[in-house]
Ligand binder design. Structure first.
Ligand code: ADP
Length: 514
């Protein structure tokens, strides 16, 4: 913040600037002409310092006009040096017009002048702080108002969307009650219609519950090694009815080779299916929809494009907000609540991936892109990392047993560790684990806790009590990382605890410590 100085002569101004500079205060001379002066007063001004003899009538007018034009929050402090405060006409004008004024009598000591200027700057700094607080408060209020408006709009939409299927169900019930006996075909048609409407209702309510489960962190991904081609195929199947209803032309491009990711297959196909259903919904009949799956760099990428309604640029990111819809009036006919894309984004974030929207503009189609880390790249990286760490740190090849009743999860982990050169075996139950361990004599057992018949705790306890496995390291692998679970695992006989999904790095960290 600078102090603007008006001195009787240029030389006086230079002396004062120098003086203040030595006291650590940055200052500069007040411009001479009215416009430039006003401009100066609008930028970060800390205070104005001037003396009786420094302003003629015109400059005084310009200065007072500039001060009068301040925004409501601002009250620039003015320090005015006067020879005779009773008789000076400038002092009288200052007193009349300036609210934040400090009068100093000349001659004044340097110390008093500097201290008056510093006090003015402190007061000014406080004004800026209050302004910033006001801005933050206004922004928060605006955000609250926006959220409140979205909630109101959402409730209106919700009521409308719930009533939509309810009306035909009620009519159907009445029709059934009045149907003459023997009209079986009509009755069956009515029942089918009501079931269809009921399914729409259930889907709406499921979506609502899902949002609240995800928002409160209650959704747990069942991660395993999945081929994204299967994910896209499952999504195409579940969005089939929506795609057919719009008679859209559908183009699907899947690569020849699998695109492996570590993820929850059902959730991922829910993501793609949501995008496909939207593409079908927001594209006029007979449009074209394209789904492309690629392995791009170290990512698996799914692109869903349509030739439909498009999205205005300012909405491209906002469509992922809960309850956000581009056009509610249009959407009412489509039966949506503005939940789908917010679910998609949350699920992708849970997967360590992302989703983005692009559109050349309204009426010109949209493209949604989903990305998540592919496994192949992870493996390649892990293997490379191990090759170097092998040479540098001489990590031993180990015999390891993976125990998990989720066969895909077990196989994925085995695959991961095999690339690192370890000798691997799997067991899909606790009993099998104990049997295999007897002949395989593993160095390390990675054991899931929730197993049928005998659970992971029992497996660990049996291994601990058997001298045959005196040197075997027992690692618990579970979906939970709470202190309680870790404590139980330790008590049962586990040496280490890993939370699913197991990262290659975390296994390696344990191996390094052995
Ligand atoms: P819903 O479809 O239930 O309204 P979503 O969260 O799935 O909720 O989508 C939010 C909004 O994003 C939609 O209301 C629509 O305005 C816009 N949108 C989504 N997908 C598309 C698309 N493929 N083309 C144009 N607009 C879309």
């Amino acid at each position: 913040m600078r102090v603007l100085i008006a001195a009787p002569t240029r030389r006086d101004a230079e002396v004062t600037i120098d003086l203040l500079q030595r006291a650590g205060v940055h200052s500069l001379a007040l411009e001479r002409d009215g416009e430039s002066m006003k401009q100066q007063l609008r930028t970060a001004v800390g205070a104005v310092l001037l003396a009786d003899a420094s302003l003629d009538g015109r400059r005084m007018d310009a200065l007072l006009a500039g001060l009068a034009g301040q925004p409501a929050w601002s009250d620039v402090p003015v320090v005015f040096l006067t020879r005779d405060r009773e008789r000076s006409p400038s002092a009288a004008r200052m007193v009349a017009a300036v609210t934040n004024l400090t009068l100093l009598d000349l001659p004044v000591s340097t110390a008093s002048m500097v201290s008056a200027v510093r006090a003015a700057l402190r007061a000014r700094r406080r004004q800026y702080e209050i302004r910033d607080q006001l801005i933050t408060q206004l922004e928060a209020e605006q955000a609250l108002r926006d959220a409140d408006r979205r909630k109101d709009e959402f409730l209106a939409t919700l009521a409308h969307e719930l009533r939509n299927p309810l009306a035909p169900i009620r009519t159907g019930l009445q029709a059934l009650a009045h149907l003459p006996a023997g009209e079986e075909a009509d009755a069956a048609r009515l029942r089918q219609m009501m079931e269809r409407q009921l399914r729409i209702l259930v889907k709406l309510i499921d979506d609502l519950l899902e949002v609240s489960r995800i928002s409160t962190g209650k959704v747990r991904l069942e991660r395993e090694r999945v081929d994204m081609r299967g994910v896209v195929e499952a999504a195409l199947e579940s969005s089939g009815p929506a795609l057919d209803a719009g008679s859209h032309e559908l183009h699907v491009y899947l690569p020849e080779a699998p695109v492996w990711v570590l993820g929850d297959g059902a959730r991922l196909s829910q993501v793609v299916s949501n995008l496909l259903t939207n593409a079908a919904k927001y594209t006029p009949r007979g449009g074209s929809i394209r789904v492309v799956l690629t392995a791009h760099g170290s990512d698996a990428v799914v692109r869903v494009s349509d030739s439909g309604a498009g999205i205005p640029p300012e909405m491209l990111d906002r469509v992922f907000e809960l309850f956000a819809q581009v056009d509610r009036t249009l959407d009412r006919a489509q039966g949506g609540l503005g939940i789908g894309l917010s679910l998609v984004r949350k699920l992708m974030t849970l997967h360590g991936g992302s989703v983005t929207a692009e559109s050349p503009g309204v009426g010109r189609g949209s493209t949604f892109t989903v990305r998540l880390p592919a496994i192949e790249a992870r493996l390649a990286k892990s293997a490379a990392a191990l090759a170097t760490s092998d040479n540098e740190r001489g990590i031993r090849r180990l015999r390891m047993l993976v125990v998990d009743d989720n066969t895909d999860a077990a196989d994925a982990l085995v695959m991961l560790l095999e690339t690192a050169g370890h000798e691997m075996r799997t067991a899909y139950s606790g009993t099998a684990a104990l049997q295999i361990a007897r002949e395989f004599r593993p160095d390390v057992v990675l054991c899931d806790i929730g197993l049928p018949c005998i659970d992971g705790y029992t497996v660990a306890a049996r291994l601990r009590s058997d001298p045959l496995f005196g040197a075997t390291v027992r690692v618990a692998v579970s979906g939970w990382g709470t202190e309680e679970v870790k404590r139980r695992a330790r008590n049962a006989g586990f040496d280490f605890h890993l939370v699913k999904p197991v990262e290659f790095e975390s296994v390696n960290r344990i191996l390094e410590r052995l």
